[in-house]
Design a protein around this ligand. Structure first.
Ligand SMILES: NC(=O)c1ccc[n+]([C@@H]2O[C@H](COP(=O)([O-])OP(=O)(O)OC[C@H]3O[C@@H](n4cnc5c(N)ncnc54)[C@H](OP(=O)(O)O)[C@@H]3O)[C@@H](O)[C@H]2O)c1
Length: 291
């Protein structure tokens, strides 16, 4: 779905009325260790964010829970006033405790407060897209999302949010959200080796809804597989490039938000994600998640 020219791999996608590059950036890794506190290299973090924009990337994923507040403040410091083409996607539904845990914060008053905190930290009057983060650190958990999601819909009606999405969600919760209000994306864990959402991705693609995999490179435990290394070596590419290119190839509704705290890795990932695969290579890669 290319609606404006970009040299970035994957072209563009439209989230509601917002055009974004399918190659985006996830800001979580910019906070300190354990996603708590400030980065070791403040100027380095600002440089990564500025490089994101210089490369033409128009989708940054963030959350006020990262740090907490740290990545949102870095984004504001590096990029405000924001280019018109740049879309910041944030999430509500979890907070942080003293030990770095991620307790849920999904009472309606938590959701309202968190939307206002994101607006303030990012220096915005309207948030482009807010994901309601469900489940817990173990993954999606069953249960109704109606109460917190209806609060987001109310804040959208008040003009504070353009578009809604859900994260860490079961297929049933996605369906429940859609019965309440339109969503433009689902952000769940998915990568070459972890493919729980294969069916959901295809269903969402049919409905024109984006699927945004978190941990596209394996997150805190980098993807490792001999099949991945073999295909990467044959293509003279890094395993990271193959993992990202495979996601772009997997379905047109997949948007990438790989994280990095390194300008060199960011450039490498952008340069590498445009790889194409033979049918034989795709079969080999497909086996990693179905082994
Ligand atoms: N909705 C949710 O519940 C949820 C949960 C987790 C994450 N997220 C979002 O998803 C985004 C992506 O997840 P993530 O950043 O945790 O994981 P990721 O993108 O799978 O992996 C990031 C890790 O890969 C490393 N890396 C990146 N490029 C590399 C390269 N070219 N060579 C070697 N290492 C490389 C990074 O280290 P360096 O810094 O050294 O490059 C970092 O440690 C986050 O930023 C966040 O916005 C959402």
């Amino acid at each position: 779905m290319s609606t404006f020219p970009t040299s970035l791999p994957g072209g563009t996608w439209t989230l509601g009325d917002l055009t974004v590059t399918r190659f985006g950036y996830g800001a979580m890794q910019l906070a300190g260790p354990g996603v708590m506190g400030p980065p070791a290299d403040h100027d380095g973090a600002l440089a990564v964010l500025r490089e994101v924009v210089d490369l033409g990337i128009t989708h940054i994923d963030t959350s006020d829970a990262y740090g907490p507040r740290v990545t949102n403040q870095l984004i504001r410091e590096a990029l405000h006033p924001y280019p018109e083409s740049l879309h910041l996607v944030t999430k509500v539904g979890a907070t942080r405790d003293q030990r770095g845990g991620w307790p849920p914060a999904r009472r309606p008053e938590d959701v309202r407060r968190s939307v206002h905190e994101n607006l303030e930290a990012l220096g915005l009057e309207v948030l482009d897209l807010v994901n309601l983060r469900l489940g817990d650190a173990q993954g999606p958990q069953p249960g109704s999302l109606a109460e917190p999601f209806e609060m987001l819909v109310e804040l959208q009606r008040q003009g504070l949010i353009r578009h809604l999405g859900v994260s860490n969600a079961t297929a049933e919760q996605v369906a429940e959200a859609l019965a309440i209000a339109p969503i433009v994306c689902v952000q769940n864990m998915y990568n070459l080796a972890y493919r729980q959402d294969d069916e959901l991705i295809d269903d969402l693609a049919e409905q024109g809804i984006a699927y945004v995999p978190f941990f596209p490179l394996g997150g805190f435990s980098p993807l490792q597989s001999s099949a991945l290394s073999t295909v990467a070596a044959r293509l003279d590419a890094t395993p990271m490039s193959v993992a990202l290119a495979w996601l772009l190839h997997r379905s047109p509704n997949i948007l990438l938000i790989p994280g990095t705290s390194s300008v060199a890795h960011l450039r490498e990932n952008v340069a590498g994600a445009g790889l194409s695969f033979s049918d034989e290579e795709l079969t080999e890669l497909d086996k990693i998640g179905h082994g």
